[in-house]
Design a protein around this ligand. Structure first.
Ligand SMILES: [Cu+2]
Length: 181
């Protein structure tokens, strides 16, 4: 991979996290190649259970979640903090890779401490000429906002839900997904 390509991929991932528009491009993006390993977006009709997640500065309530193998869960996520927070389901390695992408959003003036600058996000997209697409395993919320994610968990995986806003994961904004039969 060329560094230019990586930069593009980074922009696409960050933009998708903010804008959340729909496209199937996500499947072609190498950054999303692990989607099957971590599960996949589910349908509301398949979700037998709703888990409410409250995001604070900088921790989650509940701290960990228990899910059955293959279960589809509807998450209702609320940001009760004063900063922007993310609810992202992935492996620890994926979170680690996502951190620098979020840092780039900060550097581009897209991700502010308590706000997402959508105009700056659009400018980033225009300058990169990259189409918007979904980042289905992530919900990024400004203070006071709520969001939803329907996620079908895999049979086996080592997953965490975490916030990759710079500094938040390190300060403890990460929880375990306990998969059981
Ligand atoms: Cu956070």
């Amino acid at each position: 991979m060329t560094s230019k390509f990586i930069a593009k991929a980074i922009y696409s991932i960050t933009l998708s996290a903010i804008i959340g528009a729909t496209s199937s491009a996500a499947l072609a993006d190498p950054g999303h190649g692990k989607a099957t390993r971590i599960g996949a977006p589910g349908k509301v009709s398949e979700a037998a259970r709703t888990i409410e997640i409250t995001m604070h500065d900088n921790y989650y309530e509940p701290e960990n979640i228990s899910v059955k193998e293959g279960e589809t869960v509807r998450f209702i996520i609320k940001n009760a903090g004063e900063f922007v927070h993310e609810f992202n389901i992935a492996t620890a390695d994926m979170h680690k890779a996502h951190g620098p992408e979020m840092m780039m959003m900060v550097e581009q003036g897209v991700l502010l401490a308590d706000k997402i600058d959508r105009d700056a996000a659009k400018k980033m997209q225009a300058s990169m000429g990259h189409g918007m697409h979904d980042d289905p395993n992530s919900v990024l919320l400004e203070p006071g906002k709520s969001g939803e994610m329907i996620w079908r968990f895999p049979e086996r995986a080592d997953l965490e839900f975490a916030c990759n806003v710079p500094g938040h994961y390190e300060s403890g904004m990460v929880g375990q997904v306990k998969l059981s039969r």
